[in-house]
Design a protein around this ligand. Structure first.
Ligand code: DX5
Ligand code: ZN
Length: 226
């Protein structure tokens, strides 16, 4: 089985002390920083850009997983690469040239991920599986934290897990993930868990507990705990 990773979505962090909060959550046992970039066009919300991301890059050595919810996207890939992204994920729905975009990410020396909205069929990524290191399945409609996990995502995870089996590809799930559903998500075949609200809930004193609860549920779902 591929390694299990907990990826806090820093959209749920306290923006008035972003660096401090990201440091706190990563020190509390998380594995990968999930950075949500929203443009008010591809999704109906605006978050922040590469300069803000760059300003917090040094607070942890852990990888930065940059989820781009922007269109057009190609113009900005280099900025995020230079701001310290390790993995850059782009939506299959964000433009007509996903193949070119994934080529461009790899050409920048970064890992590439492809993302699917809940309403997009998984066959959309079949032609580009040789070009990605990660597939991200949205389990809510992108744009906002704090939404409810869409249950039909579980079957989609199973389908994509079967598609990528035997390849060097991680399977990430994003939206409404918490300790109550992480077990089912893991059992369906995902190994990276993005979580915003459920990780940042109740403030820094509870980050370690929140992360441990999601991890324990996922391990149970993978059969690694009894
Ligand atoms: C939604 C973002 C998510 C979101 C997750 O568009 O991509 O990463 O912040 O937040 P929760 O875990 O609160 O659903
Ligand atoms: Zn995200």
């Amino acid at each position: 089985m591929r390694p299990l990773k907990i990826c806090p979505s820093i959209l749920a962090a306290d923006f008035s002390k972003l660096g401090e909060d990201v440091h706190a959550v990563m020190s509390a046992g998380a594995d990968i920083v999930h950075v949500d970039i929203m443009d008010g066009h591809f999704v109906p919300n605006i978050s922040f850009g590469p300069s803000v991301m760059k300003s917090i890059r040094s607070v942890t050595d852990k990888p930065f997983d940059v989820h781009l919810m922007i269109a057009p996207v190609d113009l900005y890939l280099q900025d995020f690469a230079h701001a310290g992204a390790d993995i850059i994920s782009v939506h299959a729905e964000a433009g007509p040239h996903i193949h070119r975009t994934l080529q461009a990410i790899r050409a920048l020396g970064k890992k590439a991920g492809v993302v699917l909205n809940p309403g997009t069929h998984e066959c959309a990524i079949e032609p580009v599986l040789d070009m990605v290191d990660m597939v991200l399945l949205m389990s809510v409609n992108p744009g906002f934290g704090g939404q409810t996990f869409i249950p039909s995502t579980l079957q989609k995870i199973r389908n994509v897990a079967a598609m990528v089996r035997g390849r060097d590809i991680d399977l990430e799930v994003d939206g409404g993930v918490d300790a109550s559903n992480a077990g089912d998500i893991a059992a369906a075949g995902a190994n990276w868990f993005v979580a915003g609200s459920s990780v940042f809930r109740d403030g820094p004193a509870h980050y370690a507990r929140n992360i441990a609860a999601i991890r324990a549920s996922a391990e149970l779902g993978r059969g690694e705990r009894v």
